[in-house]
Each structure stands twice: as C-alpha cells, then as structure tokens.
Ligand binder design. Structure first.
Ligand SMILES: [Zn+2]
Ligand SMILES: [Zn+2]
Length: 333
C-alpha cells in the first residue's frame, strides 16, 4: 500500500506492506480521501513528528475487511475521527476531553495519508459513521474539523442574540463561521487577505478587512454594546490586538490556534473588561455527532473550500497550504 511519510522537511510516497486485521477487532479501510488539517501543518513545520510518520486523520473510507460487534459491514463508506476520550478521568469529567490520556493515545493507524488504514473497534463504536449516498467524500471529510468548531462554539455558551467575530478567514475560520451561523448566532469575519474576505462574503458571512477595524467597530457599536465573543482562528500576532479592540465588556475570547511565540498576557484588559478567555482544541464524540448531522443536513456549506491533490503530491499540498495559495487541501487516494 502507498503511504505519504514525513522525512525531515520532505513528505515522500512510500510503498509498504499492506496492513491486516491479524486477529484484531475493528476494520481495515481503503481510504478514499483525507483532509489536510492545520495540526498536520504544525506537526510538519515544527518537526514534532519522527521520520516515517504518516500524517492525516480526516478520513473518508470504504471498509475492506471487518471483525466488529457494530453494524458496519464490508463495502460501507464511513467517516471516522481519530481520538476517543475515556469518559472517566479528571479531564473528561470536566469536559476537557482532548486533555485525556486515553484520548491522546488512541489513533487510526498508520495515519490518513495511506491507502489502507486500521480503524479500531473502539473507533467504530464511538466516532465512526456510515455516510449517506448523497453526500460527497469532500463534504464529509469536514466531519472532524467541523467537530472541533462545534466544540469551540459550545464552550462559549452563547445566547440567542449574540454576535461573534471570527478573526482569520482561512479554511478553519470559514468553517467556524459556517458552524456559528448554522448554530443560530450572528457571525462576522475579518482577515487581511482580500480574496478571503470576498469568499466569506460570497458564503453569506459579513466579512471585513482587519485594516478597517475602526469602521467595523463603529458599525457594531451603533447597533449594540459590541461583539460578544471573538474567535481567534488565526495565530498572527495582530489577532490578539483585534480581539481586544472589538470584544465588549464582559465578552469572551476563544483561542483556537497556536502562535509561533507567546504574544503576551493581556492582564489589564481581562481584569478591567471582565473578559473570559477560553481555549478549545479537539472534539468529543458528541461534538462529532453534531458535526456529522450539520454536514449531512447541508446546514453547513463547505463547497468551494477544498483543492484536491493525489497522494504523490502531499508535499505540494502542504506547501500550497502554508503559502496560503489554497484554503484546504483534500488528498484523494
Ligand atoms: Zn483535523
Ligand atoms: Zn479521560
């Protein structure tokens, strides 16, 4: 089977021996496609993974071989996430499932950028779904990333009339905006790149240039007390300045990206404006189920977001994502 493996600052296609169930419960799936996640980019760029690692986790696949107590059968087209929380540890009990040790230790094997992948019985039972025929592979490949967004939105405990600003309109910012809209809240977006602002507006997300923030602020403040929650999907230094400028007194800042260096802790703003700052990382099985439903009901629009690459061009897909040439890469097997 073909796999795309990391070697230093290169990603190389390698032929390896087919994986088999070998008496294990679960399924061997033939990957149809796998989305390229921002976390894959961070792992590759920051050299967090060892040589030979296979990245990718946003898979859509067909079951090739299965031994399972679930209803899944050979030939089913499924979508699966990669981590499962234990549900019992201190982190799980407090809703921080992505901090759970079991969550971190579970994964699909060897990774999504591979022709064949082993999906364990635990995955099949908790985070895998049968994809309806009318839903395309590309659309359902947003199952896990949208799950991350759903979780972030829920963590903010928004109320009906709340207005949200998403800072950064890359693929995850647009997906977050779509999620916020679908879950019933008013969403605005801002970015520096004109093409992104244009695409957001064409998707029905009222988007502004981060350079004209004063104007945006005036507009918001004429109508209300300000932005109730700011979602930082961009790790740029300026994102925090933007957030602090637009968030209303008592509002929330949701941190959804890493930054190359710590930007500093805005002590006085948090104190005097009584702000709530929250981080949100990875989704729970329930968030994933909500994401699955938002996608198959068509409430979240992910059309025009993906650019397709073959497994031999994974390196190119990474480069094009890093240079902002594309929004979201989808690796088709
Ligand atoms: Zn992901
Ligand atoms: Zn746990």
């Amino acid at each position: 089977m073909k796999t795309a493996q990391v070697f230093g600052d290169k990603i190389v296609t390698k032929e390896v021996e087919n994986i088999k169930l070998n008496g294990r419960k679960g399924a061997i799936v033939k990957v149809l496609g796998c989305g390229l996640c921002g976390s894959d980019i961070v792992k590759f760029r920051e050299k967090i993974v060892k040589d030979g690692a296979v990245l990718g986790h946003e898979i859509v696949a067909i079951i090739e071989d299965i031994d399972s107590e679930t209803d899944f059968k050979k030939g089913d087209r499924i979508v699966s996430s990669h981590h499962i929380p234990c549900g019992e540890c201190i982190y799980c009990k407090h809703g921080n499932v992505s901090m759970c040790e079991h969550f971190k230790s579970t994964n699909i094997f060897p990774g999504g950028f591979s022709e064949l992948v082993y999906v364990s019985e635990e995955h099949l039972k908790n985070v895998a779904y049968l994809v309806p025929e009318n839903i395309t592979d590309e659309v359902i490949s947003f199952y896990e990333p949208l799950g991350c967004c759903v979780r972030a939105i829920k963590r903010c405990n928004l109320i009906e009339s709340d207005k949200v600003l998403v800072v950064g309109l890359g693929s995850i910012g647009l997906l977050m905006s779509e999620g916020i809209k679908a879950m019933g809240f008013k969403v605005y977006g801002c970015d520096l790149i004109p093409e992104r602002i244009e695409l957001a507006n064409s998707m029905g997300i009222e988007a502004y240039s981060s350079l004209n923030l004063e104007e945006f602020n005036k507009l918001i403040q004429e109508k209300s007390s300000g932005i109730d929650a700011v979602f930082m999907t961009s790790g740029a230094d300026k994102a925090l300045d933007v957030a602090l400028k637009v968030v209303r007194k008592g509002g929330k800042i949701l941190v959804f990206s890493s930054t190359p260096k710590n930007t500093g802790y805005p002590n006085n703003e948090i104190y005097y404006k009584e702000l709530t700052v929250l981080g949100s990382y990875s989704p729970s099985p329930k968030d994933l189920r909500d994401s699955f439903e938002l996608l198959i009901s068509g409430k979240v629009n992910v059309k025009n977001l993906t650019t397709t690459y073959s497994i031999d061009d994974v390196q190119q897909a990474f480069e094009d994502t890093i240079s902002n040439k594309i929004f979201k890469a989808y690796i088709k097997m």
